[in-house]
Design a protein around this ligand. Structure first.
Ligand code: C2E
Ligand code: MG
Ligand code: MG
Ligand code: MG
Length: 287
């Protein structure tokens, strides 16, 4: 990345500087090209959603899915949201892209409800700019209305850094969403800087333990105690807790033993295309 290139450029003396300058310009160029292509991606239908199952750890039932955006670039192939969401946040395209994600997720989940499957919750990731947009609440209301999805089946994922900016305004927006019966969760919990005092003031329904604490929860005592403490904190506040990054059976054992409510991760299920999610749910439903 650019910082690393800059560091190498600085630490390797004048001779190499031009080379690194070129390398850095190339990277900036790539970023600009990607940003340029992002402008037309929506109208060219290059985005789609994957859905990753979330299970109730006690029963093993799929109780929800997280919608994860994918960009199939015509020339570069699949691009990770980690590479283009920051660009979209920077240039404001996150507003139309975020609206598209919400509408598509609600429409597809409603389609599953229609086909006779038990109601499933769908979690949609939000960016800070969306929450700060004046039109956000009316847009959400409109989406619920148009798709006919039960608002309690929709969950919006926030991060600690999002809710710590403009706290008073954010509380108003979150209260409005909560009044509409929409569920709210705190994503990547434990990795950001947040005041625990705010947990009391935010109408949060669920904490998502960040995957970095889960990876070694069965072997590293520090990660174990952090995970246990987040579970105890959530339950003390009478909210649910879900673990992300459940990759191995040892993670499952640890989480069940420690009373974690729900889990999500490659061991439970990879993010799936909509049609594959539908097939999985039918199979599970029939058995
Ligand atoms: P996130 O919301 O924390 O999503 C979880 C990420 O972890 C996903 O990566 C998922 O595929 C991955 N993951 C799931 N299970 C496992 C596991 O067992 N092990 C490991 N190592 N990883 C696992 P993905 O889909 O690449 O998304 C990355 C991030 O991009 C998301 O992190 C979220 O912050 C952002 N993102 C994705 N879709 C959207 C969207 O529609 N809107 C916004 N604003 N951000 C999005
Ligand atoms: Mg998320
Ligand atoms: Mg609520
Ligand atoms: Mg996360």
């Amino acid at each position: 990345n650019a910082d690393a290139a800059m560091y190498r450029a600085k630490s390797s003396g004048r001779n190499n500087y031009q080379f690194y300058e070129k390398e850095m310009n190339a990277m900036t160029g790539q970023r600009l090209a990607l940003e340029h292509d992002l402008w037309s991606a929506l109208e060219n239908n290059e985005f789609f959603l994957n859905y990753q199952p979330q299970i109730d750890l006690e029963s093993g039932r799929i109780i929800g899915v997280e919608a994860l955006i994918r960009w199939l670039h015509p020339k570069r192939g699949l691009i990770s949201p980690m590479d283009f969401i920051p660009l979209a946040e920077h240039n404001g395209l996150i507003i139309p892209i975020g609206n598209w994600v919400l509408q598509t997720a609600c429409r597809q989940i409603k389609e599953l409800h229609h086909s006779g499957l038990p109601p499933l919750r769908v979690a949609v990731n939000l960016s800070a700019r969306q929450l700060g947009e004046k039109n956000f609440i009316p847009m959400v209301r409109e989406t619920l209305h148009l798709t006919g999805i039960d608002p309690s089946c929709l969950e919006l994922e926030l991060t600690e850094s999002m809710v710590m900016q403009n706290v008073e305004d954010v509380i108003d927006v979150l209260n409005a969403l909560n009044d509409m019966q929409i569920q709210l969760s705190l994503d990547d919990f434990g990795t950001g800087f947040s005041s625990l005092a705010y947990l009391k003031r935010f109408p949060i329904d669920r904490l998502k333990i960040d995957q970095s604490f889960i990876f070694n929860c069965d072997s590293d005592p520090d990660d174990a105690i952090i995970s246990q403490t987040i579970i105890a904190l959530a339950h003390g506040l009478k909210i649910k807790v879900i673990a992300e990054g459940v990759e191995r059976s040892e993670h499952m054992d640890f989480l069940k033993k420690n009373g974690c409510d729900e889990g999500q991760g490659y061991f439970i299920g990879r993010p799936l295309a909509f049609e594959d999610l539908r097939s999985l749910l039918y199979q599970r439903h029939l058995h």
